[in-house]
Unconditional design. Structure first.
Length: 201
């Protein structure tokens, strides 16, 4: 479970850029510094901070001498119940969500523009997108989210079990009660156009 210090670290904008580099494969301080436009000392600092909280782990098979390589690690990112979070943690979490949303939207748009360059990859003919509408209680929404996390976990495999033609894919989940009822006819059409399921998916 994440504590306040770990949340402070994750709420830094630089954290998103480091995570993006880690999605592309292992890094060391030199390769991360080159990608981020940092010096190696700053890159090493960020990697040490991430390692301190278990967000990255060493890749010993890539090590040469004192050179250390790092990759993303699986860590329990559950949060304390909201009533135990406190004002600072809640504010940091809100900031994390905003940063993640902006990054995801920019990444999705860039991926759409780059589809022509990926024409040779038969599995990515179009990027899946669905905007649905459901009517649930607060408890049911919690259950819905838990089911999504279970589905996500099914496709998180150890490195040795990942198919050779697999690629890292960002999967985001967003659900919120709108200030006004959504235009369900538009939502359904958008889902069907993109190959997703209909409303209530």
């Amino acid at each position: 479970m994440l504590d306040l210090e770990a949340v402070r670290l994750l709420a830094q904008p630089a954290r998103l850029r480091v995570q993006e580099q880690l999605r592309q494969g292992p890094v060391n301080a030199t390769t991360l510094a080159r990608a981020m436009g940092w010096n190696t000392g700053l890159a090493s600092y960020h990697l040490r901070q991430l390692a301190k909280h278990g967000f990255v782990e060493e890749v010993p098979e890539l090590a040469r001498g004192r050179e250390r390589w790092w990759r993303s690690a699986r860590v329990d990112r559950r949060l304390p119940p909201r009533e135990e979070q406190g004002p600072e943690m809640r504010a940091l979490l809100d900031q994390m969500v905003r940063l993640d949303l902006v990054t995801d939207l920019e990444g999705f748009a860039a991926a759409q523009l780059g589809l022509d360059n990926a024409a040779g990859e038969a599995w990515v003919e179009q990027l899946p997108y669905s905007r649905g509408f459901i009517e649930v209680t607060a408890d049911e929404l919690t259950e819905f989210y838990a089911e999504y996390l279970k589905l996500l976990s099914r496709y998180r495999r150890p490195p040795g079990e990942i198919p050779p033609d697999a690629r890292p894919v960002v999967a985001s989940f967003l659900a919120y009660p709108p200030s006004a009822p959504p235009a369900t006819d538009i939502d359904t059409a958008a889902s069907e156009q993109q190959g997703g399921a209909a409303e209530g998916e």
